[in-house]
Design a protein around this ligand. Structure first.
Ligand SMILES: N[C@@H](CCC(=O)N[C@@H](CS)C(=O)NCC(=O)O)C(=O)O
Length: 232
């Protein structure tokens, strides 16, 4: 049990991998302290702690540093006798494989918001749709990924779905809307308290400002929208 352990999560306000860890901490009802850092200006103490210079980091008892979001989530689940992963080895391996799939999805999303122009954006959107189609074929008709029980697979995907409403409103394109199981799953995830609370109430605005700083297709759209709002 981690009952007496002290946890500090070194974070960034928008990072989807941090969100996985926060969702897991909240699902397990584990108290923790969160420290958000500026990734554009990484503090020296953070660089000294983080082997890859990335968030999230989970610092346990001010002593042991765990990095990599999925490792953090699995550790928290295991140490708290959580039920967020299957006990059966084969089922657990399947869940881990889908968590890897979620990470690939996140990396395509990052490429998408960095895509230089509309053509590159559309190409990546197609790639994303292809992943969505594969997911749709593997989803059971339930609230969560493989059942009505929330698992680490859900925690891994939820941050990916959070990007889409803003991407849709900026690009006027739809993501996954024609995939009924996927669309419903995303709705369940985005209305789960642990998922809602993994980011601040200002998330949409923060994401918009983050996008507007990028010299990319979506970045330009975000910048135009922010400028239009400012002159109103
Ligand atoms: N595989 C890592 C990915 C973490 C990651 O890419 N974090 C990003 C923020 S979302 C980061 O810290 N980037 C800083 C950098 O690369 O300099 C995990 O799952 O924890």
């Amino acid at each position: 049990m981690t009952g007496t352990a002290r946890f500090t999560l070194i974070s960034h306000i928008l990072c989807p991998y941090v969100q996985r860890a926060v969702i897991t901490l909240k699902e397990l009802d584990v108290p923790y302290k969160r420290i958000d850092i500026d990734l554009a200006n990484k503090p020296e103490w953070f660089l000294a702690l983080s082997p890859l210079g990335k968030v999230p980091l989970l610092v346990v008892d001010d002593e042991t540093v765990i990095f990599e979001s999925e490792v953090i989530c699995e550790y928290l689940n295991e140490a708290n006798q959580g039920k967020l992963l299957a006990e059966d080895a084969l089922e657990k391996a399947e869940q881990r494989a889908w968590i890897e799939f979620a990470s690939t999805t996140l990396s395509i999303i990052a490429q998408l918001y960095n895509a230089a122009d509309k053509a590159a954006f559309s190409q990546l959107q197609e790639k994303l749709e292809h992943l969505g189609q594969t997911l749709e074929e593997n989803l059971v008709q339930a609230e969560y990924f493989s059942s009505n029980e929330f698992s680490l697979v859900d925690a891994a995907f939820a941050p990916a779905f959070r990007y889409l409403p803003l991407f849709e409103s900026l690009s006027k394109e739809q993501f996954f809307q024609h995939l009924p199981k996927l669309a419903l799953w995303a709705q369940y995830l985005l209305s789960r308290p642990s998922v809602i609370e993994a980011v601040s109430e200002h998330y949409q605005q923060q994401l918009m400002e983050f996008l507007a700083k990028r010299e990319s297709y979506l970045g330009q759209l975000a910048k135009s929208q922010l400028t239009a709002k400012a002159v109103k």
